[in-house]
Design a protein around this ligand. Structure first.
Ligand code: SAH
Length: 266
């Protein structure tokens, strides 16, 4: 049986696929391993969330196939993406499947890798900085913090096809647990209501980070009681990450001027 390749020091052969995590936007957050694979690509199959600066790192003669999608506006169905990467590999190309963040965190990388392997194509899995850790760092919010948060749950806020958001809400009630919602802006009001019903208090801090790590990063902070209004007021749109829990307040009393991310953005 074919297994995914651990890309550590493995050569990238023609006819192989590499699922490459491109990180959240800032090209500085690309790993050296991702860069190594990107520089060898014959063809890149890429998403909407991959930044222009990272696309510019592809070889000049690399073919580019866009398969990006917006929520509720799937330009290329997932099954077709699976086929495209395998078809390209069968043409004996080095196929880089470039994805925002990490391929295995809400990136459907698992589905693509399974399809590739089932088709007899070798597949490298190259991790990327996921939005949770990257946006948290750039917003000055630790995802865990001693005596404040002892767990962190990454969870999807994307609705099912019937419009419902069927999540294990009672498992999210622990005050010392940070909750990070991916794809949750559109369902924020449901999230807030459900968390209140799960006994999260009204004053639970909430942060939204839009286009985190990019020059257009926007940060909005509030609590469960006022965040829906704040998000409407500031016109927050996807891609946005939601962080919920007391960790959001960690640096409120500290001098943020001395945090590296702020210095770097001056
Ligand atoms: N594989 C990606 C996640 C893809 S799902 C990763 O590991 O990060 C898409 C969701 O990720 C978006 O709706 C948003 O919630 C989050 N996201 C990705 N990039 C982001 C960014 N730069 N800023 C804020 N949220 C981001």
């Amino acid at each position: 049986m074919l297994e995914p390749l651990n890309p550590h020091k493995q050569p990238f052969q023609p006819g192989e696929i590499a699922l490459v995590g491109a990180g959240p936007g800032d090209p500085d957050l690309l790993t050296l391993q991702a860069f190594r694979f990107i520089s060898q690509a014959d063809v890149a199959v890429y998403d909407r969330l991959v930044s222009e600066e990272i696309m510019a790192l592809l070889p000049t003669d690399c073919e580019k196939i866009y398969v990006g999608k917006k929520q509720a506006d799937h330009k290329v169905p997932q099954e077709r993406i699976n086929e495209i990467i395998v078809e390209q590999a069968h043409l004996n190309k080095r196929v880089v499947r470039l994805k925002g963040g990490d391929p295995f965190v809400f990136g459907r990388g698992g589905e693509e890798a399974l399809h590739a392997l089932a088709s007899g194509v070798s597949c490298h899995i190259v991790p990327g900085m996921t939005a949770a850790s990257s946006c948290a760092a750039y917003a000055g919010i630790p995802l865990t913090h001693r005596q404040v948060s002892r767990a962190c749950t990454l969870i999807t806020g994307h609705v099912q096809s019937d419009g419902s958001l069927d999540l294990p809400w009672s498992a999210l009630k622990d005050k010392q647990q940070t909750i990070v919602f991916y794809m949750g802006v559109k369902t924020l009001s449901i999230i807030v209501e459900q968390l209140k019903q799960a006994e999260r208090s009204d004053d639970t801090p909430v942060a939204l980070i839009q286009r985190g790590t990019t020059p257009n990063q926007k940060l909005v902070k509030g609590t469960l009681s006022n965040i829906v209004d704040l998000v409407a007021k500031h016109n927050i749109k996807p891609p946005t990450l939601i962080i919920i829990g007391d960790v959001v307040k960690t640096f409120e009393q500290a001098s943020l001027a001395n945090l590296g991310y702020l210095a770097a953005n001056k």
